[in-house]
Design a protein around this ligand. Structure first.
Ligand SMILES: Nc1nc2c(c(=O)[nH]1)N[C@H]1C(S)=C(S)[C@@H](COP(=O)(O)OP(=O)(O)OC[C@H]3O[C@@H](n4cnc5c(=O)[nH]c(N)nc54)[C@H](O)[C@@H]3O)O[C@H]1N2
Ligand SMILES: Nc1nc2c(c(=O)[nH]1)N[C@H]1C(S)=C(S)[C@@H](COP(=O)(O)OP(=O)(O)OC[C@H]3O[C@@H](n4cnc5c(=O)[nH]c(N)nc54)[C@H](O)[C@@H]3O)O[C@H]1N2
Ligand SMILES: [Mo]
Length: 681
């Protein structure tokens, strides 16, 4: 569908400057040099008045390999610590939290494993394809599949064991597994003895707080099923728990990810065949982390990073406690695995933008990211953007975020640029892709934008590469090939991987061991052991819970809503609800409903489905309506009803809870005319 999506009349092809009020949608076309001159001038004024911490950048995770670490390089050179990314609600924060336990983010050895545990995450042939294929192949080989999901998902239907837990309780269920595995002595004793610290403290925590009957009460999963599934996992000759975004989006995310990490470790699956591979980075490339120059940011500026003290787990505060150990094992101080480490925390950043607390942030740049819609509390983000001296968006389309900007710059797509992909520094696979087409109009790649800005900020000498290909040539120097040579000689280059590498190097943690009891969390003033916490329970006013999710085959995140052929199969946002609840709340299939939480309200069409359990409803992510005059920007996105007050934020990371927030639902009362499909080109 790429041609229909990208070769579309809505595609941005010229730099735009706002001429009306913010959000009014009145624009003037200007040249790149004029746009960049004005942006640089305004950014200098903000930095002059508020310091470099007065700039925040939000960068989308999946389009930015062309970035090659350049956004953070520019920011570090400016002294600007406030880089945020919605990858903090996805793979990025998982990677950062995994580092606390064993120093890296493992890649599952799907090809050889005998048991796969999937938490919520529901890969399809049209969603997470890489994993979907491997999951099916593992199944064919006879590997066991265990699935945690409150709903009967596609993955759940195929599982050997489906645990229908309450939303938000995966961390507690993992602690239940740990209790069974430790009490029944199903763990790898020699690994635990030689390679872990804190086993006794963990055991005590489990005995005090995670007895099976308690875990069963929290999760809603019967005790015998917890025990049976724990045994299946622990007794498998090899097992993996692939990353799941579900446990990135819980109020106890840190504890859930830590509990998962501990399971992987004590069952002897780290770096074992069919287990969890700690690969490091490919040594044949200048890494993004090196390009970023994280070393040059001063301690004074690092400490200003928003969230640094309150939610430190993926900020510089945690990264600095791990840096010497990462260097020892992987040869790199600040491995930016899946772009998820040493970041600022989104909620405090938007608060600083909106209220100047603890200091003003007055310039905001959004790169390949629909920031307004990609975090919790959308109302706060709007307020934050309205309070800026400068808003810039580097985009393909006029998104609701771009529409609140002063300058909107046209980006190229992956078909219109060469690319060098380094598996997000998660693993050692290097890949390239060809540029197939010239970008339309004046669309440019992100390196062009960053270099234009850097040159004007007096940083020319740090951006010596004239084009993106020059930059890739530089990055491939250790390999001794130019980008074009690499592209033409390799489909993929993987560095040698050896099992049990830690026996030679130790783990990249302060103790050199797997930290069941995390010294880093302790030093950060957080609980060093996993614990359980959930958001407030449903009450009279908000009797149901909603979860954000079930990705839609037609769309990627908040994109593609302008494409008629895709919208045909999915015209408007739809909530899924169980028949009994629909009846109870007076809802009719195919009619509009309003969903309300403490944070706000949104409108969705009702779809009655029997895969959804009573008491829970589904809300899809990222809906806006490009055909509407106001883009439908403030009526449909899940972020509007995702609260970000302290009781809904993970303590250690400050990320919001998307899986099980109290809400109410009722037939929509306000009338609203929609233009509908006819409004799409
Ligand atoms: N409220 C809420 N927030 C979430 C989530 C959620 O479910 N709910 N999900 C989280 C998850 S799992 C993730 S991965 C992140 C995703 O976060 P993002 O990947 O940032 O997703 P989007 O917010 O849809 O923004 C992507 C934008 O980039 C533009 N774009 C796409 N390709 C290119 C390109 O090549 N060049 C340029 N210049 N622009 C491009 C698209 O037009 C689109 O507007 O969001 C997270 N945030
Ligand atoms: N077509 C398409 N593909 C995509 C994307 C897209 O936007 N469109 N986005 C991509 C991205 S960035 C990501 S992160 C992935 C996300 O993709 P997935 O991880 O597969 O996420 P969902 O499709 O939302 O599936 C969520 C599942 O989790 C269950 N669930 C809800 N709450 C909980 C809970 O608390 N615990 C457990 N165990 N389960 C729960 C739901 O019932 C549902 O079955 O998809 C990727 N692939
Ligand atoms: Mo994601």
């Amino acid at each position: 569908m790429a041609h229909e999506v990208f070769d579309h009349p809505n595609r941005l092809t010229k730099p735009l400057k706002r001429i009306g009020e913010r959000g009014e949608g009145k624009w003037q076309e200007i040249s790149w040099p004029q746009a960049m001159d004005e942006i640089a001038e305004k950014l200098k004024a903000v930095i002059h008045q508020y310091g470099p911490e007065g700039l925040a950048v939000s960068s989308g995770p999946w389009n930015s390999s062309t970035e090659s670490g350049m956004t953070r390089r520019l920011m570090n050179l400016l002294g600007a610590p406030n880089y945020i990314s919605p990858v903090a609600l996805c793979l990025g924060n998982t990677a950062a939290i995994n580092r606390l336990t064993y120093g890296w983010m493992p890649l599952p050895d799907f090809e050889n494993t005998q048991c796969v545990v999937i938490m919520g995450h529901n890969p399809h042939n049209q969603s997470w394809v890489w994993e979907y294929i491997r999951l099916r192949l593992a199944e064919k080989r006879g590997a066991k599949l265990i699935c945690f999901d409150p709903r009967v998902s596609h993955t759940a239907e195929r599982a050997d064991i489906h645990l229908t837990l309450n939303p938000g309780t995966d961390g507690a269920l993992c602690m239940g597994w740990l209790s069974v595995i430790i009490e029944e002595e199903l763990y790898d004793k020699s690994f635990v003895k030689n390679w872990t610290v804190g086993f006794d403290a963990l055991k005590q925590r489990l005995r005090n707080d995670f007895t099976l009957d308690k875990v069963s009460r929290i999760t809603g999963v019967p005790e015998h099923q917890i025990a049976e599934s724990a045994r299946m996992y622990a007794n498998a000759s090899s097992a993996i728990i692939p990353w799941s975004p579900i446990t990135d989006q819980h109020v106890s995310s840190t504890s859930a990810i830590r509990a998962i990490s501990i399971l992987r470790a004590i069952t002897g699956n780290l770096d074992a065949p069919g287990g969890e591979m700690l690969m490091g980075m490919n040594p044949n490339i200048v890494t993004e982390s090196q390009i970023e120059l994280n070393d040059i940011l001063t301690d004074e500026q690092k400490k200003k990073q928003l969230g640094y003290d309150k939610h430190p787990a993926f900020t510089f505060k945690a990264a600095d406690l791990l840096s010497e150990h990462s260097e020892r094992v992987f040869g790199i101080k600040y491995p930016n695995i899946v772009k998820g480490t040493n970041m600022a925390v989104p909620s405090p950043t938007f608060r600083a933008m909106a209220y100047g607390d603890p200091y003003p942030v007055k310039a905001f740049i959004s790169i390949a990211n629909n920031a307004l819609m990609g975090y919790g509390n959308q109302t706060l983000i709007k307020k934050a953007m309205m309070n800026q001296d400068l808003n810039v968006s580097f985009e393909l389309f006029m998104t609701p975020t771009a529409n609140l900007c002063d300058y909107v710059l046209p980006g190229d797509t992956w078909l219109e640029r060469p690319n060098l992909m380094d598996s997000y520094e998660w693993a050692t696979m290097l890949q390239s892709s060809h540029q197939l087409y010239e970008p339309p109009g004046e669309c440019k790649n992100v390196y062009y934008f960053l270099k234009q800005l850097a040159d004007r900020m007096g940083l020319e000498k740090h951006f010596p590469w004239q084009t993106i290909t020059d930059l890739f040539d530089y990055r491939l120097q250790p390999l001794g090939l130019s980008f074009n040579e690499f592209r033409d000689s390799y489909k993929m280059l993987i560095a040698e991987y050896k099992h049990y590498n830690y026996k030679k190097t130790g783990f990249a943690t302060p103790s050199g061991k797997v930290e069941l009891y995390s010294s880093v969390l302790e030093e950060l003033g957080c609980d060093p052991l996993p614990y359980y916490r959930n958001v407030p329970e449903p009450c009279e006013e908000y009797p149901l819970k909603f979860f954000v999710g079930i990705r839609e085959p037609q769309f990627f995140q908040s994109s593609q809503r302008h494409t008629k052929a895709l919208r045909k199969g999915n015209k408007v946002p739809r909530t899924f609800i169980n028949a009994a609840d629909a009846e109870k709340y007076g809802l009719t299939n195919g009619e509009w409903a309003t969903i309300e939480s403490v944070a706000g309200k949104i409108h969705m069409l009702v779809l009655i489905r029997d895969d959804i359990p009573p008491g829970l409803i589904r809300v899809p992510h990222g809906w806006w309506l490009p055909e509407e005059k106001d883009l439908g920007a403030f009526e449909h996105n899940d972020g509007i009803i995702v609260p970000d007050t302290d009781e809904y934020l993970d303590r250690e990371q400050g990320i919001p809870h998307l899986k099980g927030v109290p809400c109410k639902i009722y037939p929509r009362t306000e009338s609203r005319e929609y233009i509908g499909m006819a409004g799409l080109s």
